[in-house]
Design a binder for this molecule. Sequence first.
Ligand code: ADP
Ligand code: MN
Length: 173
Amino acid sequence: MERTRPNILLTGTPGTGKTSTSEELAEKLGFKHLNVSEIVKSHNCHEGRDEEFDTYILDDDKLIDTMEPMVESGGCVVDFHTCDVFPERWFDLVLVLRANTDVLFDRLTERGYSDKKRNENMESEIMQVVVEEARESYAEEIVHEVQSNTVEDMDSNVERMVSWVAAWQANNA
Ligand code: ADP
Ligand code: MN
């Protein structure tokens, strides 16, 4: 697949800042922000809800078929809390956002998560579940882990990505 612009995957535990960072980044770059949770709902890429875990049961094949035409020409910032469902070939860069436990606690509480759901997500962040998933799913040189605790972190992550995209485009022109 030839792309003139790269695709970036922003992943991380819920509450680490994927959507806020993706929105800012996509706007700066003039890229499309693909919020995968919204695509799952709007295109019905699920097989109902898992009531125990309070999440959708993903229909992976339908999700991939739905997203393929959206990502094929590049220029996408893809935002999702899990990263092993996508074909490896889609992404030129994978950014894993991290947050400290106390920060995540406050953000998930503010979001109105149940104690159970909040605890599961905090445990997942502590256990580095998404980082490991990213390292297993993509080439190690394209996976980067960054802190997302403060607004300064977010700004620096966005700036870093903007520079990276400029370099990518210079190399792939
Ligand atoms: P996600 O999409 O990963 O679930 P969000 O982008 O929705 O996370 O962020 C969750 C909350 O945390 C929002 O209120 C957002 O404004 C805040 N937030 C996210 N990242 C940061 C950051 N780096 N610094 C300060 N607040 C942040
Ligand atoms: Mn989000």
